[in-house]
Design a protein around this ligand. Structure first.
Ligand code: GDP
Ligand code: IMO
Ligand code: MG
Length: 424
């Protein structure tokens, strides 16, 4: 058995939560490998919507084991809120969720540092979710962090030592804060974490593989937010790409199987940073309205634009995507004409590469498609899709060179076409 990986190919919010939930019955184990509560993964079934932040999207399935890997950062306050909310819906959650001892903890002061740093940046702010992600990963790589496995012994001392360090840094900012209330909740969250099985995911995952268990690694954010390959510095602070599944769970590259790359039929982005196919007129507003494009974590409006094929090819290449999943094609049903960005014109030269320079003066070359103008949310068979949508799908497949195996046509679990039974 191998570990399959599912990850976003754009700037996050591609529909990972929904698709992981759809695929979960085929897997024994669902494992998050990076990110933290900056993620907001939505799932819908039985007319109810759930949003998960730190917990893997397999949690609603009776038999699935869910793992929070070492690459993840955990805020005990948000974690407790999520568990409290889920306990009504998920039986035996404490038996079904395992947490790596090597996952790092987000302290209340990490959140303050995030907010202070963003405030100081002014116009050049990243547009962070303000969940303390950047500062926590900085302490991890700076070798100051506190890990889940550290909570058993002298946590208060370790906490105080790190908080003192943060206080010194915060003195450089003109930023008011009071964490006393949050700190209380934080230590309550720590007590809850102690009730879960704390693991060394590198051993646990190996053992699962030996037992022939099927494992799906669930990515957060998206490739264009990757710390190395995203639109730096407007990125998150972890490796969101498939390689992140190896370092974020302790899986060897030779044990990676399928890589599912998920993308929206158009593009969205929350927060600042380049977005070459962004639409600023009524069409963009229409995408936002019909796509309900509001951040699942922060409620912010998502910026909207056409699909960027150059960026999609880049993401497919970096991740070694073996199967594509397209979501939200139903949202395009409202449009007479649909566009795909197929090349960039940089200083009058045509390029099909994502440029190093985010500020580059880029004009996008588009290919136009006829819209299908039909409600597709009830379609369950590929061949029943309108011809225009099939042409759109075929074009992308041909250009990218990877088959689109799953087509999502609505937020509900049921609103999904799986093209081949051999997708596992
Ligand atoms: P994630 O972060 O990748 O899990 O994505 P989010 O949950 O943040 O955002 C995706 C949004 O689109 C959620 O509100 C989903 O319920 C919704 N969604 C997912 N797939 C589809 C789809 O195919 N069509 C429509 N209309 N909505 C979808
Ligand atoms: P999911 O998993 C969309 C964006 C933020 C900001 C940048 C850095 O739901 O796809 P951070 O808080 O990580 O320091 O923010 O990254 N961002 C996301 N955008 N979906 C997400 O996660 C995101 N997580 C972070 O908006 O621009
Ligand atoms: Mg999201």
């Amino acid at each position: 058995m191998k570990v399959d990986v599912l990850l976003g190919l754009q700037w996050g919010d591609e529909g990972k939560g929904k698709i992981v939930d759809v695929l979960s019955p085929k897997y024994d184990v669902i494992a998050r490998f990076q990110g933290g509560p900056n993620a907001g993964h939505s799932l819908e079934f039985n007319n109810k919507k759930y949003v998960l932040h730190s917990i893997p999207s397999g949690i609603f399935h009776k038999n699935s084991i869910n793992v929070i890997g070492n690459g993840v950062v955990i805020d005990p306050v948000i974690f407790k809120k999520e568990i409290d909310g889920l306990e009504k819906e998920c039986v035996d959650i404490k038996k079904k969720l395992l947490i790596s001892k090597k996952a790092h903890l987000i302290l209340p002061s990490h959140r303050v540092l995030d907010a202070a740093s963003e405030a100081a940046k002014g116009k050049t702010k990243i547009g962070s979710t303000l969940k303390g992600i950047g500062p926590t990963y900085m302490d991890k790589t700076g070798r100051n962090g506190i890990r889940v496995g550290d909570i058993e012994y002298n946590l208060k001392d370790k906490y105080q030592k790190l908080y003192n360090k943060h206080r010194q840094i915060l003195e450089q900012y003109d930023f008011q804060y009071d964490i006393s209330e949050y700190e209380k909740l934080w230590f309550e969250g720590i007590e809850l974490i102690k009730e879960f099985e704390l693991i060394d995911s590198e051993y646990t995952i190996d053992q699962y593989l030996e037992e022939n268990k099927k494992i799906l690694a669930e990515g957060a954010q998206g490739t264009l937010l990757d710390i190395d390959f995203g639109t730096y510095p407007y990125v998150t602070s972890s490796n969101t790409v498939s390689a992140g599944a190896c370092t974020g769970l302790g899986v060897s590259p030779k044990n990676i199987g399928e890589v599912y790359g998920i993308f929206k039929a158009y593009c969205t982005r929350v927060g600042s940073g380049p977005f070459f196919t962004e639409i600023f007129d009524e069409t963009g507003k229409k995408l936002q309205k019909y796509g309900h494009e509001y951040g699942a974590t922060t409620g912010r409006e998502r910026r909207c634009g056409w699909l960027d094929l150059i960026a999609l090819k880049y993401s497919v290449k970096i991740n070694g995507v073996t199967q594509l999943i397209i979501t939200k094609a139903d949202v395009l049903s409202y449009f007479d004409k649909i566009k795909i960005g197929i090349a960039y014109k940089i200083n009058d030269k045509i390029s099909t590469k994502v440029p190093f320079d985010n500020q580059a003066n880029i004009e996008v070359v588009y290919k136009e498609f006829k819209g299908w103008k039909t409600d597709v949310t009830k379609v369950r068979k590929y061949n029943d899709l309108p011809n225009e949508l099939i042409s759109f799908i075929k074009y992308i497949e041909n250009e990218v060179g990877v088959p689109i195996k799953i087509i999502s046509l609505g937020p509900d679990r049921a609103e999904t076409i799986i093209r081949s039974s051999t997708y596992l």
